[in-house]
Design a protein around this ligand. Structure first.
Ligand code: HEM
Length: 448
């Protein structure tokens, strides 16, 4: 029988509850809250929160009972950007869209994107010079943005340093602002930032609709993601395809969801490698053994196992998506407690990935945690950088391929060292970023 009492949690504070503590340092706050147990009750403002701090409870929400939950309010707000795309839509509409978009992420299709990934990484690496300092976060963001634009709709934003590239970066930079509470009021005020966002959205919309029209008129598959979205028909449902508006929403969604997370993962990985010379040396050895001096291809990806372990460990320590929130839409039981309608379930990758029960010495960077044997010993949802269940990241195979190939292409040539005196801190926004960009010195790496 489910208990009628609430789970334990920090003592209730008057008025705003723990909202300010949460806003000031969400990771510290949630980590402290997590010490109350596997399921914890919190009050943020007048919102009831259930922090689920055990892999089985996370699985319960994401995999066993997903229909009792909808996405949280932040994501609902981002509908003004993303419309009813995969990230924001719910229930049957989401299910149908997922069926329609899924083929674009078929393994064979992703293998075709590998060439774009490596070409763009080569462009970046050849633009750097030994002895110079680069801002690694900016470089990774520019690189993954270029790749997603190219694979999505064959647009070359890097080369066209024109209106479209500018509109995209304004749009991306506005994303955090436009998911803030009270944005409905803020966006009516004449802030230059709001005006810039609206102009950027209009320009992007115009461009995406123009591309959709041209493609529909031509009617051929030119190999990018948009071609797949245009071809897709819902065989299991009404047999029809997507309207222009639906395609626009999915393209925007993939564009936004498809680059910052990967850029953050790579930025953290370069930082970690620069601090762990033995791991760095093994990375170079694997690259040399597998690639024998050639550029990496999709076919090399399964053989770059150590790089994949490094990336896994980097996303354990610094999960780009660090918390998932869900609003309860149907009363349900989790961990012996009743979660009432409109309460929020929080599941934090950051907390789980740093939990001593599954990752002893959790702050230690150790790619050996990712051997097949070590993985098998841990419960599944102790590690969930890509979420799980029906809302699991659709781009996960794309992200692994991109992460590993970009690391391989760049580390094939360069060693990246942290510039002396740099301070590296986390900043948990929608994604887990570095607080300040990390300056790194580029030098030719030793050969093995
Ligand atoms: C390291 C890189 C990435 C990480 C860590 C990541 C993480 C996530 C997570 C945690 C979710 C689930 C959110 C939730 O359940 O509330 C998600 C969903 C999603 N991601 Fe990713 N992602 C990454 C890369 C990508 C890429 C490259 C794409 C597309 C090209 C993408 C597209 C999406 C989409 C469309 C969804 C919504 C899926 C749905 O609800 O059906 N992501 N991602």
């Amino acid at each position: 029988m489910p208990s009628l009492t609430r789970p334990p949690g920090p003592r209730k504070k008057p008025l705003w509850g723990d909202l300010w503590n949460f806003r000031r340092d969400p990771i510290k706050f949630l980590t402290e809250a997590g010490s109350y147990g596997d399921i914890v009750f919190l009050k943020l403002g007048n919102q009831d929160i259930y922090l689920l701090n055990h892999p089985d409870f996370i699985k319960e929400v994401l995999v066993n009972q997903p229909r009792s939950f909808h996405k949280g309010r932040g994501l609902q707000r981002s509908k003004r950007l993303l419309g009813e795309g995969l990230l924001t839509s719910e229930e049957d509409f989401h299910k149908r869209q997922r069926r329609l978009v899924q083929p674009a992420f078929h393994r064979q299709r992703i293998a075709n994107y590998a060439k774009v990934m490596v070409d763009y990484a080569v462009r970046s690496r050849e633009s750097w010079q030994a002895g110079t300092t680069i801002s690694i976060g900016e470089e990774m963001m520019r690189l993954t943005l270029g790749i997603v634009a190219k694979t999505l709709f064959d647009a070359d934003v890097e080369k066209d340093a024109d209106e479209l590239g500018e509109a995209m970066s304004v749009f991306v930079k506005s994303f955090d602002f436009l998911t803030l509470p009270f944005v409905e009021i803020l966006e009516k005020l004449p802030f230059p930032r709001v005006r810039a966002f609206n102009n950027a959205r209009d320009l992007l919309d115009k461009t995406i609709y123009r591309i959709i029209n041209e493609r529909r008129a031509k009617g051929e598959d030119i190999g990018d993601l948009m071609s797949m979205l245009l071809i897709a028909q819902d065989e299991e449902g009404d047999g029809k395809g997507m309207s222009d508006l639906q395609i626009r929403d999915e393209v925007m969604t993939l564009f936004i969801a498809g680059h910052e997370t990967t850029a953050n993962a790579l930025t953290w990985t370069w930082y970690l490698l620069s601090q762990h010379p033995k791991v760095e040396a093994r990375v170079w050895q694997e690259i040399d053994q597998v690639l024998e001096g050639h550029l990496p291809t999709a076919g090399d990806y399964p053989n770059l196992r150590y790089l994949e372990m490094v990336l896994s460990e980097s996303m354990r320590l610094y999960p780009p998506a660090w918390v998932i929130g869900r609003r309860v839409v149907k009363e349900c039981q989790v961990g012996g407690y009743t979660l009432p309608i409109n309460s929020i379930a929080f599941m934090s990758q950051y907390l789980m990935h740093h939990d001593k029960r599954y990752f002893p010495e959790p702050d230690k960077f150790d790619p050996e945690r990712w051997t097949v044997e070590a993985r098998e010993k841990r419960p599944k949802y102790s590690y969930f950088p890509f979420g799980g269940g029906i809302r699991q990241c659709i781009g996960e195979p794309y992200a692994w391929m991109e992460g590993v190939l970009l690391l391989a292409t760049i580390a094939q040539k360069w060693k990246l060292s942290l510039a002396p005196g740099s301070k590296v801190e986390v900043q948990p926004m929608i994604t887990l970023r570095t607080k300040n960009d990390i300056p790194m010195i580029v030098s030719l790496r030793p050969k093995y």
